[in-house]
Design a protein around this ligand. Structure first.
Ligand SMILES: [Fe+2]
Ligand SMILES: [Fe+2]
Length: 139
């Protein structure tokens, strides 16, 4: 898996920073030498903090997007919790599942989280948008 795939897609610095750090943590655990419960606990805390960072944006957007997005976050945390609970007695299985979750995480950042950024742009106040002149339309 490419170590440095581009996760700076939302143009929301805190969210993009979180995504980069989370990918490194996920890969360190999935492909590292040690699969320990303490490492999974740290990962889960990091994920919860990241989801908290996305929450104000989701609250602002609301509707179906918020409901779907929170559902995806809940499933993600369920998977990580299950992996944490078996990681010390089934490390090979936990590692394989964490690699799968890592791929799902990248997909989430590239689709669902991008949808947040697009929805926020659509909510931007009309007055903050550049004025369109007749020349813009005719050229
Ligand atoms: Fe995210
Ligand atoms: Fe998200």
């Amino acid at each position: 898996m490419p170590r440095d795939c581009d996760l700076r897609l939302t143009n929301l610095d805190l969210i993009d920073d979180d995504h980069e750090q989370l990918l490194h943590t996920l890969q360190d655990l999935a492909y590292g030498d040690v699969m320990a419960r303490a490492g999974m606990d740290r990962l889960i805390a990091q994920v919860v903090e990241h989801f908290d960072h996305e929450m104000p944006h989701l609250e602002r957007i609301g509707g179906d997007l918020k409901t779907r997005h929170l559902g995806a976050h809940a499933l993600f945390l369920d998977r990580l919790t299950a992996i944490r609970d078996r990681c010390e007695y089934e490390p090979a299985r936990a590692r394989a599942e964490l690699a799968e979750v890592t791929a799902r995480f990248i997909s989430h950042t590239n689709t669902d989280d991008l949808e947040i950024a697009e929805a926020l742009k659509a909510l931007a106040p009309v007055e903050a948008r550049p004025a369109v002149t007749l020349d813009d339309i005719l050229l």
